[in-house]
Design a protein around this ligand. Structure first.
Ligand SMILES: [Zn+2]
Length: 222
């Protein structure tokens, strides 16, 4: 299964939350950013003569996105001149993605794979935790609910149940589990079996907290 746009959007959302200075990024900044990516792309494929027409097409569409964004921001800011709406911008973004896929196909590049690989390189470079599953990790038995990172056999993880897992970085602390158990025990509609489970867990976690301090609770993934 290849990377989906939904997965990419969610990983972007999560990573922007941890990206220092994210509050200062607006659509004008993004517009300049994509124009810059167009320039980088043309430079990167210069040597591939066969792909150069497709590369120019991508750069051309990126330029049109910037052009429509200029007209959109102009309208928003009350500057005189021709205007564009979100549909016009969406059309150009759609064209850009289609042209990118044609370019990538010509070079034998898997779009989902390179997007995930570069996303993860950038996360590693800036020491951010959010990761996307890469192609060769698709078979991982589970993925972290918090940061989307694959959880492989033997990796530390915490199972929340119902198939919801957390990786070693995102696993809860002993104090988190104690807090959760205490909260659950306060629920008057809790079944007697569940009540007993939470009491057992609470006792066990309090003992571990005394012995180990407040560490993350993980198990090796089976
Ligand atoms: Zn995680």
């Amino acid at each position: 299964m290849s990377l989906t746009f939904d997965t990419l959007r969610e990983a972007n959302r999560r990573r922007q939350l941890e990206w220092p200075g994210n509050d200062e990024i607006d659509t004008a900044f993004r517009t300049i950013e994509i124009a810059g990516e167009g320039g980088e792309l043309v430079a990167a494929v210069e040597e591939h003569l066969l792909a150069s027409l497709n590369a120019l097409a991508v750069a051309g569409h990126l330029g049109k996105v910037s052009e429509q964004m200029k007209k959109y921001l102009r309208a928003q800011r009350g500057i005189k001149g021709s205007k564009a709406d979100l549909e016009a911008i969406g059309d150009e973004i759609g064209d850009t993605i289609i042209a990118l896929d044609l370019l990538a196909a010509g070079l034998g590049i898997d779009l989902g794979q390179v997007a995930a690989r570069k996303f993860n390189k950038t996360s590693a470079k800036y020491e951010l935790h959010t990761r996307l599953p890469e192609g060769d990790e698709e078979e991982a038995p589970s993925h972290c609910e918090g940061c989307v990172k694959p959880i492989n056999e033997g990796d530390p993880y915490f199972p929340y149940g119902d198939g919801v897992d957390a990786c070693g970085d995102c696993a809860p602390l002993i104090s988190d589990i104690i807090h959760n158990n205490e909260e659950m025990l306060g629920d008057e509609e809790l079944s007697p079996e569940d009540r007993e489970d939470h009491r057992d867990s609470l006792a066990l976690m309090k003992k571990r907290l005394e012995e180990e301090g407040d560490v993350k609770v993980t198990f090796p993934h089976p």
